[in-house]
Design a protein around this ligand. Structure first.
Ligand SMILES: Nc1ncnc2c1ncn2[C@@H]1O[C@H](COP(=O)(O)OP(=O)(O)OP(=O)(O)O)[C@@H](O)[C@H]1O
Ligand SMILES: [Mg+2]
Length: 263
């Protein structure tokens, strides 16, 4: 069996007196869609913040491709192949859609500041390639005809897609999505589901935080469940929706029955 792409080992973080994450371990297999679910305040976004290096853990380790990432800054983790989106959309609202995607790619362009200031031929060529690549990504997520609009003027569902496009521009191996379907209507959610399935087909590995359980159960190969900062269950979707601990802590009996019937 090949090594998992992401390995989380004994991850713990304390905020003052609150243990937001307590000794959490799990692995994400290459090419998998792995769900991270649990009630509000369970520690899902905190886990994303730790994995992406936005905050530092109290103890435990995060490894990508067998390399420990502890202590590395966010940009270095991006360079090594992880990208994320945010529960509360973050973008440059005044910049165009195309510029927003290019801002994601610029995190990885190899040109030094000298080349950028002098606008050398190699810099201009790199810039042209970046525009082409950004357009390909926008076409892939279905925003090709929106590239000149200001990011902040897009409808909400499209802003969520733009965030995914920006994350893809850094060409990650691991894409972490924090509630991508939040605030989407049913047809937008259905399109998002297709998009994530396409990303998986292309070999991307995904870590998905989401409260829409039909969405999660349909997409995920494996699911880790958090409650009050601790891991309470892990398994395939059919195991998770039938797990009494998960039903008690999060799903509730009615939702669990609904998921079972639609499966
Ligand atoms: N920077 C911080 N400082 C202090 N407390 C924090 C910080 N970030 C998160 N918390 C607390 O940690 C706990 C976990 O929060 P987190 O945002 O990770 O939950 P979540 O599982 O993402 O919930 P939701 O489904 O509502 O997004 C909460 O009690 C939250 O208030
Ligand atoms: Mg959250």
């Amino acid at each position: 069996m090949s090594e998992p792409l992401l390995r989380i080992d004994g991850l713990t973080v304390q905020f003052g007196g609150l243990t937001a994450l307590s000794d959490v371990s799990f692995t994400v297999a290459r090419g998998a869609v792995h769900g991270l679910i649990g009630p509000n305040g369970a520690g899902k976004t905190t886990a994303f913040n730790l994995i992406s290096g936005m905050i530092a853990q109290t103890s435990g380790t995060v490894s990508l491709d067998c390399d420990k990432l502890d202590g590395l800054p966010t940009w270095e983790r991006t360079r090594r192949g992880m990208a994320r989106t945010f529960q509360n959309i973050r973008m440059f609202r005044e910049m165009t859609v195309l510029e927003n995607v290019m801002a994601g790619a610029h995190l990885r362009t190899p040109e030094g500041i000298g080349a950028i200031l002098l606008r050398t031929a190699s810099f201009r060529a790199a810039e042209r390639r970046a525009v082409e690549r950004a357009r390909e990504i926008l076409a892939f997520v279905g925003l090709a005809d929106q590239e000149r609009r200001a990011g902040g003027d897009l409808p909400y569902g499209d802003q969520r897609l733009l965030e995914i496009a920006r994350a893809l521009a850094s060409e990650p191996k691991l894409l972490m999505l924090d509630e991508p379907a939040a605030g989407m209507n049913p047809s937008e959610t259905a399109e998002l589901l297709e998009l994530i399935a396409k990303l998986r087909q292309r070999g991307l590995t995904l870590l998905l935080v989401e409260h829409d359980m039909h969405f999660v159960m349909k997409l995920c190969d494996r699911i880790t469940v958090l409650n009050f900062g601790a891991k309470i269950a892990e398994g395939a979707p059919r195991e998770i929706r039938a797990d009494p601990t998960v039903i008690e802590a999060y799903l509730g009996a009615k939702v669990a029955r609904g998921l079972e019937q639609r499966a």
